[in-house]
Design a protein around this ligand. Structure first.
Ligand SMILES: Nc1nc2c(c(=O)[nH]1)N[C@H]1C(S)=C(S)[C@@H](COP(=O)(O)OP(=O)(O)OC[C@H]3O[C@@H](n4cnc5c(=O)[nH]c(N)nc54)[C@H](O)[C@@H]3O)O[C@H]1N2
Ligand SMILES: Nc1nc2c(c(=O)[nH]1)N[C@H]1C(S)=C(S)[C@@H](COP(=O)(O)OP(=O)(O)OC[C@H]3O[C@@H](n4cnc5c(=O)[nH]c(N)nc54)[C@H](O)[C@@H]3O)O[C@H]1N2
Ligand code: SF4
Ligand SMILES: [Mo]
Length: 684
């Protein structure tokens, strides 16, 4: 970039948050000091403005040593009291390595739990630490079980992959885009601002909530949560009746249509209206619009966080298969574009799976983490990085008690002192994305981007991967892979990518598209299933104890006056990241629960009242917002608030029992049911 004057410098980098957008950024420096972090006007996704949360946080708390963790710390008070003393890195590594070695000798490496997720999504900081854990033989808390595993399993059954979605650039040729159970207004703000409004085709949003994205759509279908499979079957019923089935595509590429076809007969729009709440006329309209196509189908992550979420995903994913909205321009479906191979990235190399002596590391669902932490024989240590489980995971009260175990060694890496670091024995300061070079592959757009070091780490913070390199040394692990430098790994990744660029040339461009022209999903018409076809009927699902075909199920409605509580993404937080940013806290104010006017009225609740929200798992006080954006029987709050921001030191996950969905041992957090009453009415 061209400097404004000789003392100014502008560097290109990329936002590595767990967000569909993966914005390009410009970092302004004067006399070597960062003065501003902004959006890059030349970046085709962000076009010049970051989201409000990042432009606030990256210019304040994220670069401010007063708010960041700057030194390794050792617990100096009672477990969970959050009192620490600073120690040197040398002492930290020596003590931690000694304690981990003892645990390996006494209880085996599997009693060390490795909990990590997407606190940062750059490739080295997000994946390279796995080399250490593979070598150690620790138990991985299966990352996706907190987020999206049910959908992955469902799509793999049918299509053999869940991570090779449509190319969003295909919107230029689509006559219809269906956004089903995603809320880009919060989770992909630039897709909400540009991608959808500029789409040539009609936009349909299917969401129980009238989100800003739904409000802006051409058509909004508002099914009751967990009733989407029934809605999908009704759409297919109409498509079938109208002769819009693509028989030729089915004959060549689909397995099991003849078993599905008779199942559609009973799923009329009238039936579906009763089950889902969606008017029959809208079902008729959307069915024809989608089937005529070419159509894109975005299957969001909110969609599958239900007890029957896997079935929901299989049912919704029937649509492209049966209408042939696939393998051609302007058509396809997307869950996540998470296939790093597609962009030439060698994931195996990054995580070093071969370092695991006992083969694949055992894993554990996040839904079972509390039980395992409550069992001293099964868990002697917990290492947490890129994650804030105290705020994100289910069974919050039990988790807090379990983490108070004196005989559990807890090590947490983070940028900030969080609700989770408060529970640790050792807190290790991680460097932020502004402080080291890395690569980022968006999970929506087919981009590969450079994360560029623009400043020195705050205090003595180190990138995740460097912390685990040093810990590996302290543990006397001699494998060379555990000592490979960032520069070496980046060079190897770029060399192996076949993209013909080194890291520096990518950094000079910021982001590239791979491929540079719009890709057609499944252009080669190859499906990585046992039959090589799209498996509507799936023997593997059957072998796993699931129905052979997707079913037209919908979840039972809550009874006994309970409401179904949704807690999706908050536009001003990124999971729990930014919960400590003062301006954002001021904007968010108190935690709220949105209720339909009739549900509020029945409970004698008015706008601004404080409601007690409770169930068998816990209780929480929330300020009532009355809103017809929420249907009857549903309550809406949002994920991501810090516990320490609440007087009762809890957030919505105090109400989340950690029920599993039907596939992948994954979260069913949007199936939580609660009772809501006025605070003064009391709770027993
Ligand atoms: N600002 C911001 N952005 C984020 C995040 C964040 O916390 N904040 N989180 C990131 C992460 S980790 C993820 S996984 C993604 C998630 O982003 P999305 O894929 O958009 O998923 P959610 O936000 O969980 O939920 C999206 C919508 O699903 C709806 N929904 C819930 N249950 C149902 C249902 O049964 N049927 C239907 N049709 N819809 C339903 C909710 O009402 C919500 O509006 O966003 C990422 N981006
Ligand atoms: N009620 C409810 N709960 C939910 C959800 C929901 O919809 N409703 N959604 C679930 C979903 S989809 C997800 S993905 C999970 C997410 O839950 P978490 O994985 O816990 O996500 P974050 O809260 O963003 O935690 C990331 C942490 O990583 C830290 N971090 C950022 N950069 C770095 C770094 O470079 N190094 C290290 N070591 N740390 C870093 C951040 O400061 C933050 O504390 O939450 C789940 N919880
Ligand atoms: S969180 Fe998403 S929208 Fe915000 S700057 Fe980062 S990539 Fe862009
Ligand atoms: Mo997630």
């Amino acid at each position: 970039m061209k400097p404004n004057d000789s003392r100014d410098e502008v560097l290109l980098t990329t936002c590595p948050r767990d967000c569909y957008d993966t914005c390009g950024m410009l970092v302004h420096k004067r006399d070597g000091v960062v003065t501003a972090v902004r959006g890059n006007p030349a970046h085709s996704v962000s076009r010049g403005a970051l989201c409000g949360k990042c432009s606030t946080a990256y210019n304040r708390e994220w670069r401010d040593p007063k708010f960041r963790l700057t030194q390794p710390m050792r617990r100096s008070g009672a477990k969970g009291a959050g009192r620490f003393e600073s120690i040197s890195w040398e002492t930290a590594f020596k003590e931690i390595a000694g304690r981990l070695q003892k645990i390996v000798a006494s209880h085996g490496a599997r009693s060390i739990l490795n909990a990590h997720y997407t606190g940062t999504m750059s490739l080295l900081a997000g994946m390279a630490p796995m080399r250490f854990f593979n070598r150690l033989g620790a138990t991985e808390v299966a990352p996706d079980t907190i987020c999206n595993m049910a959908g992955h399993v469902a799509l793999r059954y049918m299509y053999g992959t869940s991570v090779d979605g449509f190319d969003p650039r295909a919107a230029e040729e689509a006559a219809c885009i269906v956004v089903w159970g995603a809320n880009p207004h919060a989770s992909a703000p630039h897709a909400h601002e540009y991608w959808l409004p500029e789409a040539r085709g009609e936009v349909v949003v299917i969401d129980p909530i009238r989100t800003p994205t739904a409000a802006q759509a051409d058509i909004h279908l508002q099914p009751f949560p967990g009733s989407d499979a029934a809605l999908a079957f009704a759409l297919l019923h109409v498509i079938h009746r109208e002769g819009l089935i693509d028989s030729d595509f089915i004959a060549h590429h689909v397995h099991g249509w003849e078993e599905l076809e008779p199942m559609l007969a009973d799923c009329s729009p009238k039936w579906a209206t009763a089950v889902t709440g969606v008017p029959a006329a809208l079902i008729e309209k959307v069915a024809v619009l989608y089937a005529r196509g070419p159509s894109l189908l975005w299957l969001g992550q909110g969609l599958q966080r239900q007890v029957t979420g896997g079935n929901v995903m299989r049912a919704c994913a029937l649509l492209p298969a049966v209408t042939g909205n696939l393998c051609k321009p302007g058509a396809g479906f997307l869950y996540l574009n998470g296939n790093l191979r597609q962009r030439g990235i060698d994931e195996e190399y990054l995580v070093g799976a071969h370092l695991s002596a006992a083969g694949a590391a055992p894993s554990l669902s996040h839904m079972d983490l509390v039980q395992v932490l409550e069992a001293p024989a099964r868990s002697r240590a917990l290492v947490v990085w890129n994650m804030n489980p105290m705020a994100s995971c289910p069974q919050q009260s039990r988790l807090r008690r379990a983490l108070q175990r004196e005989d559990l060694l807890t090590i947490v890496l983070d940028l900030f002192a969080t609700d989770t670091t408060a529970m640790a024995d050792y807190v290790l300061p991680a460097a932020s994305f502004l402080e080291f070079d890395d690569l980022i592959a968006s999970y929506f757009h087919l981009t590969l981007s450079a994360q560029v070091k623009v400043m020195e780490p705050v205090g003595s913070a180190l990138p995740n991967q460097e912390i685990f390199r040093r810990l590996a040394r302290a543990m006397n692990f001699t494998d060379s892979e555990l000592q490979e430098t960032d520069a070496r790994m980046l060079a190897t990744l770029m060399e192996r990518s076949g993209l013909g660029l080194d890291f520096q040339s990518l950094a000079a461009r910021g982001s590239i598209w791979v491929p540079d022209q719009t890709a057609v999903q499944f252009a080669d018409r190859v499906f990585a299933t046992p039959s090589g076809r799209i498996e509507i009927a799936c023997a593997q699902a059957q072998a796993d104890g699931l129905p052979r075909l997707p079913q037209c199920w919908s979840d039972a409605r809550p009874t006994a006056g309970r409401l179904r509580l949704l807690s999706p993404a908050n536009a001003w937080l990124l999971n729990t990241s930014f919960g400590n940013v003062r301006q954002i806290g001021a904007r968010l104010g108190e935690a709220t629960i949105a209720l339909h006017p009739a549900d509020a009225g029945e409970r004698q609740l008015s706008d601004g009242d404080h409601a007690l929200v409770h169930n068998e798992c816990g209780q929480l006080e929330l300020r009532v917002v009355i809103s017809d954006e929420v249907p009857r029987g549903v309550a809406l709050t949002h994920k991501g608030r810090w516990l320490s921001a609440d007087a009762a030191s809890a957030n919505v996950n105090v109400l989340n029992a950690g029920r599993k969905s039907d596939m992948g041992e994954s979260t069913a957090v949007h199936s939580v049911e609660v009772s809501v009453r006025a605070r003064s009415a009391g709770v027993n």
